[in-house]
Design a protein around this ligand. Structure first.
Ligand SMILES: Cc1cc2nc3c(=O)[nH]c(=O)nc-3n(C[C@H](O)[C@H](O)[C@H](O)COP(=O)(O)OP(=O)(O)OC[C@H]3O[C@@H](n4cnc5c(N)ncnc54)[C@H](O)[C@@H]3O)c2cc1C
Length: 345
């Protein structure tokens, strides 16, 4: 059967924070042709929109979920078209993102190597325009197919339609949340165009004695750095960086730098990006723990569940961090993960 319905589904194993909660109903769809039928049944059963779940690695679940939790477990990857050195690849929403990166490298195409080992599914990658090590998925994004959860209408989105921005897209906006992403396409290349300047990629490659890296070696270097630096959700619940680096005007950044000369800042498109981790650390939160909710000891941006923290406790901690950073720096941090059931952060 390619649609599975589970009443009272436990969600603990389906979110990387590892918080305990229940979905009134979970619907897992494994075949594209079953999507319209499943959506029609959900529309008949309930007035609100279902809650779409990928790998649960960018979610903070703060309580039981009353609407249907919809998991598009659609699998498949293929080369759509090759034109010269350009290769358009397509992957279905339920594919693992890292498996897509590794497959693309195996077939000899480059472009996704800096995004190796980001947890989660292909369908979620455009939602917050995932990024790491100086690259975002929008850099190679070609198009995606989605189905409207209200109407069942199918639509193809190009990059402009998606309105990608730093950890953001149209799908995170109030009127953009009604789409279920089904398949995503990327334009990759047979020729490498390596981006090695961000983070520790160069030093990692050098420590392995690699002077002229291949795309695969860059992906391996990124994966090693990530394994070393980030807690593995299998052993310590987390959702990666919990806060975005705030974007402020040049004038606001200059005023802040005058007061806080050590604050790391980077130029961004007509704004300035501030280091959220540094601000959180300055407020004394790094390594903080209250019960089982805490801040990682090596990474001030990463909130962690040491075992039995509830989503509400993690949300409370996030709010306290936001308040203290705002009090000291006058900047309100924004959360990266999506909070369900919806709550203001
Ligand atoms: C250890 C760790 C490291 C991380 N590092 C990074 C990083 O370097 N860069 C980065 O950008 N992120 C990072 N993340 C966050 C996360 O991996 C990404 O945001 C990822 O894309 C989430 O995928 P998911 O399938 O788990 O989505 P989920 O957490 O299941 O869902 C996230 C959001 O996307 C929506 N969604 C999911 N699938 C679909 C779909 N098919 N159609 C429509 N909406 C959908 C959900 O409704 C939800 O709003 C990290 C997380 C962890 C745990």
């Amino acid at each position: 059967m390619s649609i599975t319905w589970i009443e009272g589904a436990p969600l603990r194993a389906l979110n990387t924070f590892g918080v305990t909660a229940q979905a009134r109903q979970l619907c897992r769809i494994e075949s594209l042709s079953d999507v319209p039928r499943a959506l029609a049944r959900i529309r008949d059963q309930e007035a609100g929109l279902p809650c779409v779940l990928g790998g649960g690695s960018n979610l903070l679940i703060t309580g039981d979920i009353e609407q249907t939790v919809l998991q598009p477990a659609l699998l498949g990857r293929r080369v759509v078209r090759e034109v010269g050195t350009r290769v358009i690849v397509e992957a279905m929403a339920g594919e693992s993102w890292d498996a897509l990166v590794r497959w693309s490298l195996r077939i000899g195409v480059c472009g996704l190597e800096n995004l190796a080992l980001i947890p989660g599914t292909v369908g979620a990658a455009p939602i917050q325009n995932i990024g790491a090590y100086g690259v975002e998925q929008r850099d190679t994004f070609e198009s995606l197919d989605a189905i409207n959860l209200h109407t069942g209408r199918m639509r193809r989105f190009d990059a402009k339609d998606c309105a990608f921005a730093y950890r953001d897209s149209v799908f995170k906006q109030a009127d953009g949340g009604a789409w279920l992403v089904l398949a995503v396409r990327y334009t990759l290349s047979r020729e490498a165009s390596l981006k090695l300047d961000d983070g520790e990629i160069r030093s990692e490659l050098a420590s392995c004695g690699i002077e002229s890296p291949t795309c695969l070696q860059v992906a391996d270097a990124v994966s090693s750095i990530r394994r070393r630096k980030l807690p593995d959700p299998a052993t310590l619940g987390n959702a990666g960086s919990f806060f975005k680096n705030p974007l402020v005007s040049t004038a606001q950044a200059a005023a802040l730098k005058a007061r806080e000369p050590h604050l790391p800042v980077w130029p961004a498109a007509d704004s300035v990006k501030l280091a959220a981790a540094w601000m959180i650390e300055q407020c004394g939160w790094k390594g903080y723990r209250d019960g089982d909710a805490g801040v990682h000891s090596q990474h001030a941006l990463v909130l962690v569940n040491h075992g039995q923290a509830s989503g509400a406790e993690l949300l409370g901690l996030a709010r306290r961090i936001q308040d203290s950073v705002e009090q000291r720096f006058g900047v309100r941090l924004e959360a990266e993960p999506v909070v369900v059931p919806a709550a203001t952060l």
